[in-house]
Design a protein around this ligand. Sequence first.
Ligand code: G16
Length: 540
Amino acid sequence: MFDITQLEPAFIKYCTTRNHSYTYGTAGFRANASTLDTVMFTTGIVAILRSLVLQGKYIGVMITASHNPPQDNGVKIVEPSGAMLIESWEQIATDLANIASHGNFTAFVMHLSQVIAKLNIDETTTPRLIVGHDSRESSPYLMECLQAAAPVFDTIVINHTLITTPQLHYLTMLQNDVVTEVDYYKFFSTSWNNLFSLYPDLNLTFNNLIVDGANGVGSVQFSKFLPYLPQLATLTTIINDKHNVPQMLNVDCGADFVKTNQKLPNGIVNPNPSDLYASFDGDADRIVFYYVDNNKKFHLLDGDKISTILTKCLISMLRESELLNDINLGVVQTAYANGSSTKYITKSLKVPVECTKTGVKHLHHIAESKFDIGIYFEANGHGTVLFSNKFYEVLQKAIDNGSSSEKIHKARLSLFYFSKLINQTVGDSMADLLAVIATLSILQLSPSDWDTEYQDLPNLLTKCTVLNRFVFKTTDMERKLTSPSGLQEKIDAAVSKYDSGRSFVRASGTEDAVRIYAEAKTKAEVEALSKEVTQLVENS
Ligand code: G16
């Protein structure tokens, strides 16, 4: 039994941000860290309520602002399955935070007791949380705010402190076992060894691997993971590993920097054409790859390239397994996907593509509900592959029945081990890195071979600060604006002047900015189109 009036001292101490309007964005609450104490306190309560509703299952909470600058922070809730908080609870979380920010404890308690009554909670249940945070300076204090309500509900809290977002998702999934981060390393390294045991003569298709840790938590965790992967450890160097200098987080490095600027991050002085490079983001749930050619020209291998190469590998394993008619495979993308990638997947690989709104929560849902093998990646490098129960049932039956052909049997086992190599709870820089390296080895493609599978249309993603980004409203999976009035027609007119031109504008759900995407036949044309659309946005 709990008494929510006992929350008052913690409310007074931790809800100091007043009259702030909190919005649940693309990936939870995210803003300048100085405004977040109140929403951390209430998010702790929401996670506790979610656990109570689910009979005391472990709920995950991660404190991070991922790719955002060091001064920002944020929070997201993870379901017991390892997935993002179910959408119907986003409103509960938003309302509670905004009521708390008025600073009136009586009104807060009244609202909270109504929520509790509606949820029909058994007050004798013990709630359980698994929490963690990234390397930001503000994270430890915000963690204190998050946990401030826990004693009033007699909550059991496992605090993993410094951990990546995907690790927290994964550990939440294993909520009822006693787990540590070592279980994560062991699981994925065993999957790697199992997959490679099927291909004993395979060589890796690059000389050295250079991993940019974005000066964040991913660099710590990857260095702890590497000893479990001796084959990779000997040829891997981690750069931008200053996770203990919080003001360097994501600065001139990391996946978002490399993708947006389409250039090498800090720390690579003399790039080598025979090496493979990869950048994590601040909480290690995104990854992009790149390499340089013999002229030292930079080439980006982003989320679209990851998605296409995984699709190529998995569809060929499925074909060789003779299970193409029993297991359906598809790809999920957003409006940011390069037009050439969509064309390559549908026309060359003959695989269906679905387009949805930005935010992994949307992609994850479509991949899970529409496909037995659902491959989803945002162009920014955020994604994973989901394998349905039906996939495992059909595959297991086929493996158990045996096959007269060694090749078919090997393809079936490959599919099984591959499915265990990827973190199915959420996009994960470390697991995605292993999956891509394994794919390149199995297909025997060097980084430049991978790149030449199809040619990206030149593209530009920029952002623009406006007075009020919330007036930018979209439809058609964010590809068209419905407000401000008349702006879409002007964008359409601008786009029509460019060969293979495409452009769209949407408000970011994680930063105070409007994002502008453009692509066209040539670099000069895309630059001109992007400039034109930016001017239209500025003048709107
Ligand atoms: C988050 C989301 C991603 C999204 C990105 C940018 O990533 O998880 O799905 O693509 O924000 O979103 P927006 O364009 O709305 O700002 P991360 O890595 O920052 O958690």
